[in-house]
Design a protein around this ligand. Structure first.
Ligand SMILES: [Zn+2]
Length: 425
């Protein structure tokens, strides 16, 4: 057993629903960990006086959950010029083809996961590529680091030359990966059709069958990101009610489904998502970078759809969830609503965990949960330090979201073990 003493903040429930009681703040807090699990999280308590205690200087919060990110695209971040479909053709598909080479996949996976830890992200729902080896590379690297990572081989039988599978190979590779990785470490599998434009009806139907056959897997895809993409889907499925309805026809809309983006949504589609228990990954930096549009959080809230935060690298512009929350705030401002910083922290931790179906394991530092947490340093830059000096918790947290990035992560812990520590200044 060991303990960590410092200022602790957790937002286990959505404050927009549960109110201020969702916010748990302990100025002189204590987090007690045994065998990687939280035993106690609360005000410092003398009953743990005999437990070896590490004093942490900073704000302790649960590790960030990135609900949508593409590891094979990390080297194509900041690629100039186009919107979604052209950007994929010009920058992304060529980069993903390189993952046929396992050594390349191993190298990028290791870099990507180390970068996640450096940015305070401890759990993520990750796109790989069409190649089964890209998933093996990521899972091996995640197992080695003891990270909670969910991923899957991308299904795209209508993909470009050199980056497509077939209905049969997609199914066989997916089944083999699920069998190979089930129950290992903290890994999870997601059946991952890229999006409707790159899969045949047969493959989408097969994906639905795979999800139905494996109650422990997620379904992870993209939905209604870009107007050109939506028009393309509408032409292919003219009798579908909307884009979501296409996924629905193939059994891909359910409680284990996570849809990235959802920028242009009808009330019908959001109502259906809420009814099905599906989740949305809100990816503000990506949506602005590709000019896709502004996600309407208030509209999704009216329907009660579960929301997580995605960095969506490589269309996203930062692996920092703190920075992404600042962009989420700006998106909401442009939509005429205001994102509360405590709620933002919830979406980036327990909210994302709920979307990924891992809220019983991580996201809130509840007793019995895995002790994945980070230490935020509000003195990481002179301006942040000046803004936070003497400020309220609300204002400090908001300043971290607007001004903070990887520099504000002073340490990352996985199951109570330090996995990253920023060099001391
Ligand atoms: Zn994406």
């Amino acid at each position: 057993m060991k303990a960590f003493r410092g200022e602790i903040l957790c937002v286990a429930e959505d404050p927009a629903v549960a109110g201020a009681e969702a916010i748990h703040h302990f100025e002189d807090g204590l987090l007690v960990v045994e065998d990687g699990l939280v035993v106690f999280c609360g005000h410092h308590d003398e009953k743990f006086a005999d437990v070896p205690t590490e004093k942490l200087d900073g704000l302790i919060v649960p590790g960030f959950v990135d609900a949508h990110v593409h590891y094979p695209q990390i080297e194509r971040i900041a690629s100039h010029g186009e919107q979604l479909m052209q950007w994929l053709e010009r920058h992304i598909f060529p980069a993903e083809k390189a993952f046929a080479d396992r050594a390349h996949a191993d190298s990028v996976a290791a870099f990507f996961l180390d970068e996640l830890l450096r940015h305070g992200t401890t759990s993520a729902l990750v796109f790989a590529t069409v190649h089964a080896g890209s998933v093996d590379a990521l899972f091996e690297a995640a197992l080695h680091r003891d990270m909670r990572i969910v991923s899957g081989k991308v299904l795209m039988d209508l993909g470009p030359e050199g980056l497509s599978d077939t209905v049969a190979s997609g199914r066989a590779d997916t089944e083999a990966l699920i069998a190979r990785w089930r129950g290992r470490g903290r890994l999870g599998y997601a059946v991952t059709p890229r999006f409707v434009p790159t899969s045949s009806s047969e493959q989408l139907s097969d994906a639905g069958a795979l999800v139905a056959a494996h109650p422990d897997v997620l379904m992870h895809t993209h939905l209604s990101e870009n107007l050109g993409e939506i028009a393309f889907v509408g032409e292919r499925f003219p009798d579908a009610a909307d884009y979501l309805d296409v996924y629905d026809r193939f059994g891909l809309v359910g409680p284990r489904s996570v849809f990235a983006h959802c920028v242009h949504m009808s009330d019908r589609a959001l109502g259906r998502m809420a009814e099905a228990g599906s989740g949305i990954a809100f990816c503000p930096t990506s949506n602005m970078f590709l000019g896709s549009g502004l996600f309407d959080l208030a509209q999704a809230d009216r329907h009660g759809v579960a929301i997580g935060i995605g960095t969506d690298i490589g269309a996203g512009t930062s692996l920092s969830v703190l920075h992404t929350l600042g962009e989420a705030y700006r998106t909401c401002q442009l939509r005429g609503s205001s994102l509360d910083p405590f709620r933002a922290l919830h979406l980036a931790t327990a909210g994302g965990a709920r979307v990924m179906g891992i809220a019983d394991r991580v996201g809130a530092l509840r007793p019995g949960q895995e002790a994945d947490f980070i230490v935020l340093d509000e003195r990481s830059t002179p301006l942040l330090a000046r803004r936070c000096a003497g400020a309220s918790l609300h204002d400090r947290l908001f300043a971290l979201q607007v001004l903070g990035d990887d520099r504000a992560i002073s340490a990352t812990y996985l199951r109570g073990r330090r996995a990253y520590e920023r060099e001391r200044r």
